[in-house]
Design a binder for this molecule. Structure first.
Ligand code: 13P
Length: 248
């Protein structure tokens, strides 16, 4: 079992230079809780400033292209985000799978590109409400995981985030028993995909995690951390989640 919790903030399309002080405040709380691995993934425009202002704190991207360079207007490569100061990237978030029509195959090649550049990858998976209501949640999520699973996967650089689409930004959180069932299914699927190394891969929960529910979610078996959206935008909201992970 992974023994260090991993708490990652996904700022999505939020944050201007004026909000950099929030990242510094979060970095200070992370430094005060060294038993937890913490990171913030701000918009691309803040990566360089956030990482140079907080050199001991992990800053990440929310996406990157699978090619090293070329004619891909508006895109950035793993080497580019690394040079800006990122040490990881979120990949295959459900918002990108929906808005940018990202496929499992693209997410897989992106993860391989991120690894080749020496960065960590957080691959997101999660079912819609319709899929859960139809009893297909585990099959959908494990299918996404298999399709997105990169070659050479290793717990040193790969993290999985289970984010039920219907729990993102809604204030709705699954029952602990449903989170437990899904994380166990993901652990088993990882075992089929990579053998013994699966036990060390961290599986994060994401979707309306906040300071009030983090302790309960982080106590669920196979929940090795959290991927947090809205409650990661300020140190006042994100700090209690890091502290809950330290106490878990
Ligand atoms: P919320 O925490 O705002 O529900 O977002 C979760 C998420 O999508 C993190 O990637």
């Amino acid at each position: 079992m992974p023994n260090r919790k991993y708490i990652v903030g996904n700022w999505k399309m939020n944050g201007l230079q004026s909000e950099l002080s929030d990242i510094s405040g979060i970095a200070a709380i992370a430094a005060a809780n060294p038993s937890v691995d913490a990171a913030i993934c701000p918009p691309l425009t803040l990566i360089a400033s956030a990482s140079s202002q907080n050199p001991a704190f992990a800053v990440g991207a929310q996406d990157c292209h699978y090619n090293e360079k070329g004619a891909h207007t508006g895109c950035v490569s793993a080497a580019m985000i690394k040079e800006a100061g990122a040490s990881l990237s979120i990949l295959g978030h459900s918002e990108r799978r929906a808005d940018q029509h990202e496929t499992d195959a693209e997410v897989k090649t992106k993860a391989e590109a991120v690894h080749a550049a020496g960065l960590g990858a957080i691959i997101c998976v999660g079912e819609t409400e319709e899929e859960r209501d139809a009893g297909k949640a585990v099959d959908v999520v494990c299918g996404q995981l298999e399709g997105s699973f990169p070659a050479g996967a290793d717990a040193n650089w790969l993290t999985i985030a289970y984010e039920p689409v219907w729990a993102i930004g809604t204030g709705r959180v699954p029952e602990a028993s449903d989170v437990e069932e899904m994380h166990a299914a993901i652990r088993s699927a990882l075992g089929r995909l990579m053998g013994d190394g699966a036990d060390a891969v961290r599986i994060l929960y994401g979707g309306s995690m906040n300071g009030g529910n983090a302790a309960e979610l982080l106590a669920v078996p196979n929940v090795d951390g959290g991927l947090v959206g809205g409650a990661s935008l300020t140190a006042a909201k994100f700090g209690p989640i890091i502290e809950a992970a330290a106490a878990a």
